[in-house]
Ligand binder design. Structure first.
Ligand SMILES: NC(=O)c1ccc[n+]([C@@H]2O[C@H](COP(=O)([O-])OP(=O)(O)OC[C@H]3O[C@@H](n4cnc5c(N)ncnc54)[C@H](O)[C@@H]3O)[C@@H](O)[C@H]2O)c1
Length: 333
């Protein structure tokens, strides 16, 4: 399959590696930073600065989008209109209207869209899903996720109009789709934030359709350099704790232990391995392989939109002080 890659920044570099290792063919890149583009691809493929020119000249089967959030909808819609499938970095869009524009374009032009929810490809997280599917944890009663960071990223992430929010819409969205991956659909959200829609810290209380509850808590206010993420699950028959995903990659945690579970009454260390960058590569490759085979990507339009809906419910809750039912946001849920 011919793949065109948009954005060669932090995550674009890992997508570039994944495409090169995948056996699919890189046919062009879109990148405004000429020096970065030349350093990344040399004269291997043409470097473009305008998406329509890129898709007309390179005729990709898939356009892979690793751009700031406010560009996801216009570039995805342009790619779909031009006859390509799309692989889109998280979050799908900065609001539900944007998600619906992409869904309408995918339907109108009969093309598929995958959302790179890479943490579902982190091996310890897939192991959690296996434990749940095998019934080892019993009925899931509670999920706790935390994201404690020390210090903010700069660049476009300083501009909430490009992010579509603050920390929750950026790194926080991983916790939101992971909550639904492990616990199923979220029905109701209550949230407290310092500055909704440009938040540096947030606490979300979730009610799942299953009756389980969840808490997602995140903030930039840890000691300088900290990146501490973890997931804990309480079930009626067992419990499990994934110690981190980014935490190992960022050097906040070291060693081999990534997952512990309390099964049959005793805590056991799970030998599962894995790293954050491997999850990104696995996510890109799985999506490209699904698209090549004409399959719906494991994480597609429904999962992408659902995560944005939970975040929108959280913003409205933080702004109004009320619990927000996700199904009340509009008629689609
Ligand atoms: N899955 C993850 O864990 C993860 C991690 C980091 C970023 N991301 C996501 O990846 C996307 C990009 O984030 P990033 O951290 O790589 O950002 P970045 O700033 O490092 O890179 C973005 C790149 O896009 C280029 N660019 C910006 N506007 C452009 C335009 N109009 N046309 C062409 N090129 C343009 C910039 O020059 C830059 O090189 C975002 O959606 C972000 O949320 C995901």
């Amino acid at each position: 399959m011919k793949v065109a890659l948009c954005g060669l920044g932090e995550i674009g570099q890992i997508h570039l590696r994944a495409i090169r290792e995948s056996g699919h063919e890189l046919v062009g890149v879109l990148e405004l930073n000429r020096r970065l583009a030349v350093e990344s691809v040399g004269d291997e493929v043409p470097i473009h600065t305008e998406v329509m020119e890129m898709v007309e000249l390179t005729e990709p089967d898939v356009v892979d989008i690793c751009l700031p959030h406010h560009l996801h909808v216009p570039i995805a819609v342009a790619a779909l209109e031009a006859g390509a499938d799309v692989l889109l970095e998280k979050p799908m869009a900065i609001d539900l209207a944007g998600c619906d524009e992409i869904i309408a374009a995918a339907e109108a032009f009969d093309h598929r869209v995958g959302i790179s929810h890479n943490q579902i490809h982190f091996a310890p997280h897939r192991r959690l899903r296996e434990l749940i599917d095998a019934g080892r944890l019993g009925q899931i009663r509670a999920i706790y996720e935390r994201l404690w960071m020390g210090g903010k990223y700069g660049g476009w992430r300083e501009d909430s109009s490009q992010v579509g929010g603050g920390l929750l819409m950026d790194a926080g969205v991983h916790r939101v789709y992971m909550a639904e991956y492990l616990g199923g659909p979220v029905s109701t959200v209550s949230a407290v934030m310092d500055k909704p829609r440009s938040e540096d810290s947030f606490v979300l209380t979730l009610e799942f359709e299953s009756g389980a509850t969840g808490v997602i808590q995140g903030g930039y206010h840890g000691p300088e350099g900290v990146f501490d993420d973890r997931i804990e699950i309480q079930g009626s028959a067992g419990m499990a704790e994934a110690l981190g995903c980014e935490a190992f990659f960022e050097g906040d945690l070291s060693g081999d232990l990534r997952l512990r579970a309390r099964l049959d009454g005793a805590w056991v260390d799970d030998p599962v391995t894995g790293d954050w960058d491997e999850s990104v590569i696995a996510s890109v490759r799985a999506c490209l392989d699904d698209l090549a085979a004409g399959r719906e990507p494991e994480s597609g339009l429904a999962a992408g939109r659902s995560a944005v809906a939970v975040i929108e419910a959280a913003y409205r809750s933080a702004e109004t002080g009320n619990s927000i039912r996700v199904s009340d946001l509009d008629g689609r849920q």
